[in-house]
Write a protein that binds this ligand. Structure first.
Ligand SMILES: Cc1cc2nc3c(=O)[nH]c(=O)nc-3n(C[C@H](O)[C@H](O)[C@H](O)COP(=O)(O)O)c2cc1C
Length: 345
């Protein structure tokens, strides 16, 4: 099976094309943002059973980047130090590990950020409640240009820290309605300045700054149509939107992209193609597929060249030995969110 074959992507030798999708676990210490010691085994075990690449849970780039409790950070030395054990163990088991860098923007509350008012492109409050804690999203502060520069710098510092911690690269989380995506989102970006006229400028500046400091070949970017807080949102002109975002990746030297779909096989609301098929039409670099993939769907999409890597989220929570189960043709256990916590180990 192509899915289980080794592959070289950029400078990375992967033991399979199976990627662990980024999944927030909320197990870090809320005060310090230092990972829980069990995090080491949690990732290393999945690699031991054959996962080629881990993309970690979203990691905060600053205290105000956090949208729920227990989010680990990469903005303090002690946090960076603690991650070293994870990367060492994953490497020892033959895996590649990428740190997902995250800022939630307005999808937060000052009770979570340590008293700091959440920020957004414009002062527009989101509907809904923060994950796990259940606090209503707070009215955000509209970012000044100085705030924007600080966030660009925070992403860069976190990326440098990720490399110091031994990560093989970083994934910039520009999906799901979080801060970077809030700039793309016409319901939230009413800015009259250049960040409003060019909704992708903030993303471009972050990708450029991070690439300049750690090398563009170490950078993956995740984007999506769907926003966690706006289930009814869809792109009016998906083809235009995708062409525009891919141009930003090209201009900043990014070669590996991670378009995020809730369901890989479902066509976009306003297009006959799926997200990944539409992306492939305009992109000749590496694409990571994701969204309710099964080993069979992944295999077909790898074989026809639509994707080069296949990411699995929930199946890797409920099956620590997911890759082995595919090899041995054993069944895959279903994910059950009600008993999710027991899957940590
Ligand atoms: C518990 C859980 C936590 C998640 N946390 C994140 C996250 O931190 N960052 C992110 O980009 N996506 C996150 N996602 C989305 C997953 O990366 C993935 O795209 C999604 O689960 C679809 O893949 P699947 O159908 O194989 O589970 C999360 C999903 C789950 C189930």
């Amino acid at each position: 099976m192509k899915l289980l074959e080794t592959v070289k992507i950029n400078q990375w030798n992967l033991q399979s094309r199976v990627v662990m999708a980024p999944m927030t676990r909320s197990f870090a210490d809320q005060e310090t943002g230092i990972i829980h010691p069990d995090t080491v085994a949690y990732y290393a075990k999945r690699v031991k059973h054959g996962v080629g690449m881990i993309i970690t849970e979203g990691i905060a780039i600053s205290p105000e980047a956090r949208g729920t409790i227990g989010i680990p950070g990469l903005y303090m030395d002690a946090q960076t130090e603690a991650w070293k054990e994870v990367t060492e163990q994953v490497h020892q088991e033959g895996g590649i590990i990428i740190a997902q860098l995250w800022h939630v923007g307005r999808l937060s509350h000052s009770a979570i950020t340590g008293g700091i008012q959440p920020v957004a492109p414009s002062a527009v409050q989101a509907n809904g409640l923060t994950h796990r804690v259940g606090l209503p999203y707070e009215m955000p502060k509209a970012m000044t240009v100085e705030d924007i520069r600080k966030v660009v710098q925070d992403f860069t510092t976190a990326a440098i820290n990720a490399r110091l911690a031994g990560f093989d690269g970083v994934e910039i989380h520009a999906a799901h309605g979080y801060l970077i995506d809030q700039f793309h989102f016409p319901w939230v970006n009413f800015r009259k300045d250049e960040y409003g006229r060019n909704r992708y400028l903030f993303l471009e500046e972050i990708l450029q700054a991070v690439s300049d400091s750690i090398g563009s070949e170490q950078v993956i970017v995740r984007f999506s149509e769907h926003k966690d807080d706006a289930p009814l949102f869809f792109w009016e002109k998906p083809e235009e939107e995708i062409k525009e975002i891919l141009e930003v990746f090209r201009s900043t030297g990014i070669r590996i992209i991670h378009p995020s779909a809730r369901s890989y096989q479902k066509a976009l609301a306003k297009h006959e193609l799926t997200l990944h098929a539409l992306v492939r039409k305009y992109w000749d670099g590496v694409v990571i597929g994701v969204g309710e993939l099964t080993p069979e769907i992944a295999e077909e999409s790898l074989a026809n060249g639509e994707i080069q890597l296949a990411a699995f989220g929930r199946p890797l929570l409920s099956n620590v030995d997911f890759v082995r189960r595919i090899k041995d043709k054993k069944g895959i256990k279903d994910y059950n969110s009600k008993v999710d916590l027991q899957y940590l180990k």
